[in-house]
Design a protein around this ligand. Structure first.
Ligand code: PLP
Length: 393
């Protein structure tokens, strides 16, 4: 028996997505750039998917750029916008001072490392905003950090590790008042929160976080914004992202987007109840356990807990042996024993950061699974306690 509580890492493909993809993995194999009938069939799939996603987000089809996922979307949004707005439209070579960017210390590496690249290799100055102990961005610091040469602000809508939701409406207002572009990593929020992309100028999405296929995503880019491509080749995606489109992936992503939004409110309530029930059980079994992240501004499916005294890797392995899949931070960090940069940015003591486990629930999570996962934790806690007593004796 496997209990999958790692939906923030990835989600299973929904039936709607699989069905939408199958024709393009079988008989409808044309290249969307070909002018013949097979190509036109594939082009229609891309066009339909773009129309569907744009309608779901209340945007225009031309504002959706298909990519290979959120990492690419964040890179395109950040590098593409920063470079096109830097002096002369070129990276650092054009000018000693290409400009200023604001982001926050608790971003996913897809943003963090792209902004660090602009800072370390392309001469941009970066202000890294602090987050509070609850994981919230400091809005006063944001407003105070904006300068005449600020080109771009990037703040994630919801954090992948803690589920903490940022006040995007306020952030957007501050940026708009000062005429600064805003990108948001919306990856974890789509399908879990009501998203208003009109608040941002650019937003990054990944299909596999909302029951679509892996390796497919999109960047929302508000019309009229010039962006420099970050890869070079064909004229695909209106000259903004070259390369033959992932036709099946894009078709699956659109179907998944429609499916996940169809009953998002009910699912949010259901998962929140299960998540809160899980926490109640954990707190009873392990009174020392600490919840991380603002409980009032948090994704309904996410629970980040520090089990003080047991390091994350040991706990993850013990959970895995009991059949429970969880995570110790962002999935990209698996295998690494470094404490989460997100929790450290929140000012958590090292022992709390090093003992944190992220549980994330999803569509297939049941009350029975939550009860069984809590039982597994009880067994682990008992074994750990016995081992400690044995060691002391
Ligand atoms: N941003 C956030 C918040 C994420 O959770 C992830 C994936 O974990 C990404 C970006 C990167 O997504 P992908 O690995 O699909 O490119």
């Amino acid at each position: 028996m496997m209990i999958y509580l790692d939906y923030n890492a990835t989600t299973p493909l929904c039936d709607a997505a699989r069905e939408a993809m199958l024709p393009y993995l079988k008989e409808k194999f044309g290249n969307p750039s070909s002018v013949h009938a097979a190509g036109r069939e594939a082009r229609a799939a891309i066009d339909n998917a773009r129309d569907k996603i744009a309608a779901l987000l209340h945007t225009k089809p031309g504002e959706i750029i298909f990519t290979s996922g959120a990492t690419e979307s964040c890179n395109l949004g950040l590098l593409g916008l920063a470079r096109s707005r830097s002096a002369g439209g070129l990276p650092a070579v054009a000018s000693a001072k290409p400009g200023h960017i604001i982001s926050n210390k608790a971003e996913h590496h897809a943003v963090l490392h792209a902004v660090e690249h602009l800072e370390n290799r392309e001469g941009f100055e970066v202000t890294w905003l602090n987050v509070s102990k609850d994981g919230m961005v400091d809005l006063d610091q944001l407003a105070d950090s904006i300068r005449p040469d600020t080109k771009l602000v990037s703040i994630m809508t919801a954090n992948n590790e803690t589920g903490v939701i940022q006040p995007m409406r306020e952030i957007s207002r501050i940026c708009r008042e000062r005429g600064v572009l805003l990108h948001s990593d919306i990856v974890q929020a789509f399908g879990k929160l009501d998203i208003d992309v009109s608040l941002v100028d650019a937003g990054s999405f990944a299909a596999h976080k909302f029951y679509g296929p892996k390796g497919t995503g999109f960047l929302f880019l508000r019309s009229g914004l010039p962006i420099q491509p970050i890869m070079f080749g064909g004229a695909h995606e209106n000259q903004r992202r070259p390369g033959t489109e992932n036709v099946a992936g894009v078709a699956g992503m659109a179907a998944a987007a429609e499916w996940v939004l169809s009953d998002a409110d009910e699912e949010r309530q259901r998962q929140m109840q299960l998540r809160d029930d899980f926490w109640t059980r954990i707190a009873k079994i392990l009174p020392d356990a600490q919840q991380n992240g603002d409980p009032a501004h948090r994704l309904a499916n996410t629970l980040n807990v520090s089990f003080i005294g047991v390091d994350s890797e040991t706990m993850l392995m013990a959970l895995d042996l009991e059949g429970v899949c969880a995570s110790s931070g962002s999935a990209c960090m698996v295998g690494s024993v470094r404490a989460s940069h997100v929790l450290l940015a929140m000012g958590l003591p090292m022992e709390s950061a090093r003992s944190a486990i992220r549980f994330s629930l999803g569509r297939r999570t049941t009350a029975e699974e939550i009860a069984n996962a809590a039982d597994a934790l009880e067994q682990i806690a008992k074994r750990t306690k016995d081992a400690r007593e044995y060691a002391v004796a």
